[in-house]
Write a protein that binds this ligand. Structure first.
Ligand code: SF4
Length: 263
């Protein structure tokens, strides 16, 4: 009778050490709990997955159908001029800057589209189209209105009086929506930053114009054959990230405070 070989026992999967994976006690507890339940998490997968060496250097490009082009750094490094080029002529610096700029655009879209959703909800509140949300923090609304160029007082017969809150809300809601796609000027909220920082942005030419516009410009410039200058590309990535931090994300946070109450 033929001998049957016993199958080798399946290897135990490598699991993350919760203490090494996070310094945060409740996260450590959750990792342990998931492991006990046999649910793998990002922490466990990170133990076994080796990062792609080319991806780690940021020099794989698939921005057009001629690629993907990959420009790994030679083992011995580069002595002299770096002559690496993709099929279209993009250098390693260009590819790396384009990949980074697209990551920035993706992050800006995620935060800012959330901000747009909040602004749309707030516009419904201001137009009295919904009963589901209300203005819970009028003081916050009055605080942010001037940044959008909305007056909070009116003059009646020479006397300065508080403006009607509903009028302020409508003005703020419409101005907030306009920040995403306006055609002129720069973001209204830039004026919230300390003056020296505002001057620095102006001097460097990185003041964002409108939130969506900066994301679109990143996608345009990083397409094949458009912007090849890594410094210029990184400058646009900076403009786009500011459109997120001082635009979409900040508008979303502020209008949530107005509707749900400031924490
Ligand atoms: S854009 Fe250039 S580097 Fe990128 S995949 Fe196309 S040809 Fe290759």
């Amino acid at each position: 009778m033929a001998e049957t070989k016993a199958k080798p026992a399946a290897k135990e999967p490598k699991l993350a050490n919760p203490r090494e994976a996070s310094i945060e006690p409740s996260t450590q507890e959750m990792i342990e709990r998931a492991q006990k339940l046999g649910i793998d998490t990002v922490f466990d997968r990170a133990v076994t997955m080796k990062p792609c060496a080319i991806g780690l250097q940021g020099i794989c490009c698939k921005n057009c159908a001629m690629g993907p082009c990959r420009l790994p750094l030679p083992k011995g490094g580069i002595d002299g001029e770096d002559t690496r080029k993709g099929l279209c002529g993009a250098t390693a610096n260009t590819i790396c800057a384009r990949n980074f700029a697209r990551m920035v655009a993706a992050g800006t879209s995620a935060h800012s589209d959330h901000g747009r959703g909040v602004a749309e909800t707030f516009l419904s509140v201001a137009r009295k189209e919904t009963e589901d949300y209300k203005i819970k923090d009028p003081a916050k609304l009055i605080q942010i209105a001037p940044y959008f160029g909305i007056d909070t007082t009116v003059e009646v017969d020479g006397e300065v009086m508080d403006r009607d809150l509903d009028e302020i809300a409508l003005g703020v809601a419409e101005a907030a929506m306009a920040e995403f796609g306006k055609h002129d000027g720069t973001l209204a909220y830039l004026r919230r930053a300390p003056k020296p920082l505002q001057e620095k942005w102006k001097k460097e030419g990185v003041e964002p114009r409108a939130i969506d516009r900066e994301v679109v410009e990143v996608m345009h410039r990083t397409a094949m054959g458009v912007d090849q200058d890594f410094v210029n590309l990184t400058k646009q990535a900076t403009r786009c990230s500011l459109a997120d931090g001082w635009g979409g994300a900040m508008i979303g946070t502020d209008l949530q405070d107005v509707m749900f109450g400031s924490p």
